[in-house]
Ligand binder design. Structure first.
Ligand SMILES: Cc1cc2nc3c(=O)[nH]c(=O)nc-3n(C[C@H](O)[C@H](O)[C@H](O)COP(=O)(O)OP(=O)(O)OC[C@H]3O[C@@H](n4cnc5c(N)ncnc54)[C@H](O)[C@@H]3O)c2cc1C
Length: 365
């Protein structure tokens, strides 16, 4: 029996801990938050993510998420709509991540909450309580880099700020959104809007830092500008539920970890796919399951990293190129016009930017 140490209890860390415990090992997971918490995320749980969760024996349906089987893209007054080639779920990270950690603990993983790792020294995690025993180290701190272990941002898309707010959904808007995820591309960024459990709406968006500054550099000004977008105007009647939106900056979109040191990097520490794809959670779960099996089988970290890269690099590169193209006004309108004319292309794009079914099936097999 081995005792790997997993730093970070998001979906990547949670999946790795769960799978290792299911294989009879004794993983220790360290998570800095003390309990369930909101996370900045569009909360579009793709079919691949659903497959990983069910392979782990986790029943996502019990969380009561919203069914999503259509995508609508708005750019100004233009709209393209298509049926997704799969069914996705709108479910909050507050529920999902906490439930996955509970599931891992029930399977035998030791989950220590309220425990922030400060740094790594001599292959061991250092916390305020001391130093962990030696064992394989899995780095799953997601969007946040651990001191001394930064991701290399070279070649990534930087300079975007993310915001997320929940809204109580007026019935008219809920009916209009039922079954769909809506993506609105606007000058300087894009926003996703969809239902999640509990009759709430999730608005999650990314905006270019310079554009945000030009608008006044505050949420009220940004939101007022967003309400002028036809795809988002209906939010004027919706009641915000968080006292202030969650924000994040400096996400290195397009980042791919190089096979290198002795650390097993998972989730956003291994690969960051542009958010509009809604497949970051699937990649996190994919890496978590794969790492658990490779660690349990004694595979060295560089081998795991190379294998994960093979599974996700194409999707990350394609999505990053699309994001760059849609960053210009002309590109954005051309894209929506093209996709509106050929709805099958939208479904194909949705398929190409996801972890391939073969790779999903192989992870953990
Ligand atoms: C704006 C935005 C929208 C997105 N929308 C979607 C979407 O709709 N669908 C989708 O599939 N993906 C989406 N993503 C991507 C998705 O959120 C991430 O890919 C996914 O959360 C990665 O999971 P993770 O486990 O790697 O990291 P995280 O979910 O970030 O989890 C990391 C965990 O590590 C903990 N931690 C951090 N530092 C430490 C430390 N020092 N010690 C201990 N614990 C620590 C944190 O508290 C956290 O719980 C979006 C991302 C962004 C930025």
């Amino acid at each position: 029996m081995i005792r790997p140490v997993i730093i970070g209890g998001g979906l990547a860390g949670g999946a790795a801990a769960l799978r290792l415990a299911q294989r009879g090992h004794a993983p220790l997971l360290l998570e800095r938050e003390s309990g369930a918490h909101d996370k900045i995320c569009g909360e579009f749980l793709s079919v691949e993510a659903g497959r990983h969760l069910s392979a782990l024996g986790f029943d996502v349906a019990r969380l009561g998420g919203a069914r999503i089987d259509r995508v609508r893209i708005h750019a100004g007054r233009r709209t393209a709509e298509a049926r997704l080639p799969f069914v996705a779920t709108g479910v909050t990270r507050r529920s999902l991540d906490a439930a996955l950690l509970d599931h891992a603990a029930a399977a035998g993983a030791e989950v220590r909450r309220d425990t922030a790792v400060r740094h790594i020294a001599d292959g061991r995690a250092v916390t305020a309580d001391g130093v962990t025993d030696a064992g394989p180290l899995l780095l799953a701190t997601g969007k946040h880099d651990l001191r001394g272990e930064p991701r290399d941002p070279a070649g990534t898309i930087e300079g975007l700020i993310g915001f997320k707010q929940f809204f109580r959904s007026p019935p008219r808007l809920r009916t209009a959104l039922a079954g769909a995820v809506e993506v609105t591309a606007f000058d300087g960024g894009y926003a996703g809007l969809q239902c999640v459990e509990g009759d709430r709406l999730n608005l999650c968006l990314l905006v270019d830092r310079e554009h945000f500054r030009a608008l006044g550099g505050n949420w009220t000004a940004l939101f007022t500008a967003l309400l002028r977008e036809p795809g988002l105007a209906a939010l004027a009647d919706a009641e915000p539920l968080l006292a202030r939106p969650l924000t994040i900056a400096n996400v290195p979109y397009g980042y791919l970890a190089q096979p290198g040191d002795d650390l097993y990097r998972l989730g956003d520490q291994a690969a960051v796919i542009p958010s509009f794809c809604g497949d970051g959670m699937a990649m996190a779960l994919h890496g978590g399951r794969l790492a658990a099996d490779m660690v349990a089988d004694g595979a060295p970290a560089p081998l795991f990293q190379a294998r994960l890269r093979t599974d996700v690099a194409r999707q990350v590169r394609l999505a990053s190129n699309l994001q760059r193209f849609a960053g210009s006004r002309a590109g954005r309108f051309a894209l929506v016009a093209g996709l509106g004319a050929v709805p099958a292309a939208l479904a194909a794009l949705a398929r190409w930017t996801r972890v391939a079914p073969g790779a999903v099936a192989r992870a953990g097999a």
